[in-house]
Write a protein that binds this ligand. Structure first.
Ligand SMILES: [Zn+2]
Ligand SMILES: [Zn+2]
Ligand SMILES: [Zn+2]
Length: 260
């Protein structure tokens, strides 16, 4: 199994428009963060977690020609804004049309239907995205092409829920602020854990570095990566030095093999 980080930035991305801070002006490519997304490849099955506004460029940069499914974590635009661009995958073998399977909880699926209503209309116009939307249950594992996926339920804020995913020894959580014991139990035995960490200072709807580290300590994976970072987290190189062994900052295009 292979995990590739397609984007590791918070909702505004890094650099942030108009910002002149040292992170936004950095020449280190690891300080350039597209909106958070990841690709998981298991054999020849390719899953994409989230499709934000940078989805098109992320697919081009990775050279991907075919995907098996998109798993959505929640309905925020930095995770769903690029869904229209699945059209490219629909028509890649034209005249054969490949529908793209998208998996999400009922609430997130409802937002996708609303935001991309033209793709779900009775009388569609030509060239709209061809999407097969699958509703998943918060506590029920499901399968995509024979691969078992375990949803990890969390709270993003008082208003928003979020879903992380466990696939074998990998677990990927983004945009979490609270996670219950019953869900932490689902992470037992995970060897590679990805957790969101916005910055060092507190935030109402995202884990800080310390909160992410507390969860990592509980799960005790072999390796952990932080993602969904803002420019406030500091320069990649300097911030990496502050992290304990086994915890690393993810960066865009980083790709890791996970032994099964
Ligand atoms: Zn986000
Ligand atoms: Zn900045
Ligand atoms: Zn969010």
């Amino acid at each position: 199994m292979r995990l590739t980080f397609l984007g590791t930035g918070t909702s505004q991305g890094v650099p942030t428009i108009g910002c002149r801070c040292e992170v936004c002006r950095s020449n280190d490519p690891r300080d350039n963060r597209l909106r958070t997304s990841a690709m998981v490849e298991i054999g020849d099955v390719r899953l994409i977690i989230d499709a934000g506004p940078d989805f098109r460029y992320q697919m081009l940069r990775t050279g991907v020609r075919r995907i098996d499914a998109i798993l959505l974590t929640h309905e925020h635009k930095d995770h769903t804004g690029g869904i229209d661009d699945v059209r490219a995958f629909n028509f890649v073998d034209f005249p054969t049309i490949h529908r793209v399977d998208i998996y999400a909880t009922d609430k997130t699926a409802a937002c996708v239907r609303k935001d991309f209503d033209y793709a779900f209309a009775e009388d569609k116009y030509r060239g709209v995205p061809e999407i097969e939307l699958h509703t998943i249950e918060r506590n029920t594992p499901f399968k995509v092409k024979g691969i078992e996926i375990v949803p990890i339920h969390g709270q993003h804020s008082d208003r928003f829920e979020v879903t992380g995913y466990r696939i074998g020894k990998l677990a990927y959580l983004t945009d979490f602020k609270h996670i219950e014991e019953s869900q932490i139990a689902k992470l037992r035995g995970v060897e590679l854990l990805v957790v969101n960490a916005l910055r060092w200072r507190d935030h109402m709807s995202h884990f800080t570095v310390e909160e992410a580290m507390a969860l990592i300590a509980r799960v005790a994976p072999q390796r952990a990566f932080l993602t969904h970072m803002s420019h406030d987290i500091g320069l990649h190189a300097a911030t990496s030095d502050r992290l304990p062994k086994g915890v690393e900052l993810a960066y865009d295009t980083l790709s890791i093999e996970i032994n099964e």
